[in-house]
Ligand binder design. Structure first.
Ligand code: FES
Length: 292
């Protein structure tokens, strides 16, 4: 499906590259600190522990809170009175707290994107930062008693974050960021032969095909393991990755999966890899889906 014109325009513009450099210059010192291993922190921010990206869960907080603030500001204009004004101020503040959490998780995910998704993501992040700055200014004006200016800045912030939400939606539905790239796959129900055992060397990786899905075969010691060959993060082939004991590391962005269960050991992936059972019959490696 062709991308909407605005997405094509962003992709062809030089602006995202400049934004990318600026955002990366802030993110790298925070998330690539040489002082300590931040893998657990990054796994938390990606949502590896949740089995689902954390960022889209948190974005509902600023969008919801700032929608409430907009409605209460409108009621304040119509009715006046202190209650609506105080409610709007509280909603702006809650939205700002949610925006910070969303920004940190979004930044962590964005760094593991490529191509058009990364370019659109850079614009998405810039719009969110702009909206957040507008709401900070709005809150300052409200606290100083300039309610009209505070409401106007809030309305501008809402328009900005709405435009950004459109790009966020495109990143998920158009660029497939944050979705499970094995969601459409089903494993064979019965054992099917996929490779002669002699063709899988010790500590070797092979990609084989079944009718249902591409499969990664890995031999570790005397054990043969099988997972979907599609990395759940962005779809790279796990057979091009590297073995580390009983885990496989994706070459694209470093996600690690347990060969025994498909569990995500390290992100940015958040969805587990579909695992398959293996057996050897008549010199052939056979696979079928793991029981649920
Ligand atoms: Fe990104 Fe595998 S495709 S970690």
């Amino acid at each position: 499906m062709a991308a909407p014109d605005i997405i094509v325009a962003i992709d062809q513009s030089e602006l995202p590259d400049a934004l990318d450099d600026a955002i990366e210059s802030v993110a790298a010192p925070l998330l690539d600190s040489g002082c300590c291993d931040l893998r657990n922190v990054k796994n938390f921010l990606h949502g590896t522990w949740l089995g689902h990206p954390l960022h889209p869960v948190l974005t509902d907080v600023p969008l919801g809170a700032w929608t409430v603030a907009l409605a209460l500001d409108a009621l304040d204009v119509v009715d006046g009175g202190d209650t609506h004004a105080r409610g709007a101020d509280a909603a702006v503040t809650i939205g700002l707290a949610g925006a910070v959490a969303s920004a940190v998780t979004g930044l962590t995910d964005w760094r593991h994107t490529d191509g058009r998704a990364r370019r659109v993501g850079a614009v998405h992040a810039t719009l969110n930062i702009t909206a957040t700055a507008l709401y900070v200014a709005s809150l300052v004006m409200r606290r100083r008693g300039s309610r009209g200016a505070g409401r106007a800045l809030g309305a501008l912030g809402f328009a900005t974050v709405s435009a950004s939400a459109y790009l966020g939606g495109h990143l998920v539905y158009g660029e497939q960021i944050g979705v499970d790239h094995t969601a459409e796959q089903t494993a064979p129900e019965a054992f099917v032969p996929v490779l002669a055992e002699a063709e899988l060397p010790p500590d070797g990786l092979r990609r084989v095909e079944t009718e249902e899905m591409p499969v990664l075969l890995a031999r570790v010691g005397s054990q043969i393991y099988a997972l979907s060959d599609t990395c759940t993060h962005l779809g790279c082939s796990l057979s091009e990755g590297s073995l580390d004991g009983c885990s496989i590391r994706c070459k694209c962005h470093g996600s690690e999966f347990s060969l025994e269960t498909g569990e995500v050991l390290n992100g940015p992936a958040t969805f587990p890899a579909p695992c398959l059972e293996t057996r050897v019959r008549d010199g052939q490696i056979e696979v079928r889906g793991c029981p649920d």
